[in-house]
Design a protein around this ligand. Sequence first.
Ligand SMILES: NC(=O)c1ccc[n+]([C@@H]2O[C@H](COP(=O)([O-])OP(=O)(O)OC[C@H]3O[C@@H](n4cnc5c(N)ncnc54)[C@H](O)[C@@H]3O)[C@@H](O)[C@H]2O)c1
Length: 328
Amino acid sequence: MREILVTGGAGYIGSHVVRALEARGFAPVIYDNLSTGFRDFVRGFELVQGSIGDYETLCALFREREIACVMNFASFIAVGESVELPLRYYENNVSRTVTLLRAMLDSGVKRFIFSSSAAVYGEPEIVPIPEDARLCPTSPYGRTKHFVEEILRDLDVSSEFRSVSLRYFNAAGAHPSGEIGESHVPETHLIPLVMRAAMDESYRIKVFGTDYDTRDGTCVRDYIHVNDLADAHVLALEKLLEEDRTLAYNLGNGSGFTVREVIESVRRVTGRAIGQIDAPRRPGDPASLIASSDRAVKELGWKPRYAELDSIVETAWRWESRRLRKGY
Ligand SMILES: NC(=O)c1ccc[n+]([C@@H]2O[C@H](COP(=O)([O-])OP(=O)(O)OC[C@H]3O[C@@H](n4cnc5c(N)ncnc54)[C@H](O)[C@@H]3O)[C@@H](O)[C@H]2O)c1
């Protein structure tokens, strides 16, 4: 079985990808410092605890194992925090990723899948956004993703190192088993916050901006189910192992939902009232971010299975109800 090193595999998206890899006959080895991830998310899988900034540990791992490819999910992810603490983001998301890449190159591991983000586009000129749109991130977080993509292109030119950058839009939902799902501290993503409002009558979800030029005045985002993301990773991996090319793909549903539509979906699915409060726009929040994922559909044969917002929210609700009991 081909071993795949999944850095950041104990986090939200990585832990779903680990399960998809195993289902497809790969042997995932998780490498995570558990800074924001959870040991419980990868119980039953091999976990090596360490940082992607630890060159010696990584080289030892590459010597001992036959790693066919590294999938890197390890990074900090809060856009707002990256504005306040940019160096924390450049250090973890760029410097430590460079160390990981150096350890790979020095050990002869030449295939890499990178968790990039829609944040590389900034304020889009065209919606749905194609991969060849201008990359102009508006936050330090987005710039960390852009910089790493540029580094990967440089490595493609200078060596036999090949990679796939996957630009996720808004990852959402949870594993249908309800065993793993989204858990960030602090939580900044809309669906878990609306779930909080569904569970706690005293909590009111803030709707940032109600005067955008959209269907109901609130921001439109493209929510893609985490299991659909996981499927795309496996397809991208298979392509990368077969073909000798560095590539980038958007991963989104291709249809967007407004903040109010998300709130309404959570109300429908949970049957509970959702407290909300209108707030001013946040600086740097584009009105509409929707992916064109045509390239992934055409070249990877990817077919998202959770197109309906309610079906995404249903899986998230199953997870939220369970995680309260588990205390994540
Ligand atoms: N969640 C989203 O909607 C979204 C959207 C676009 C891109 N992404 C990207 O996807 C990736 C995964 O996001 P997530 O939501 O699963 O986040 P997460 O915080 O749940 O997972 C990140 C994991 O990386 C680990 N980690 C962080 N720094 C590390 C280091 N230096 N060494 C080893 N492990 C480290 C954490 O412990 C955690 O397990 C990130 O790179 C993120 O930028 C996420």
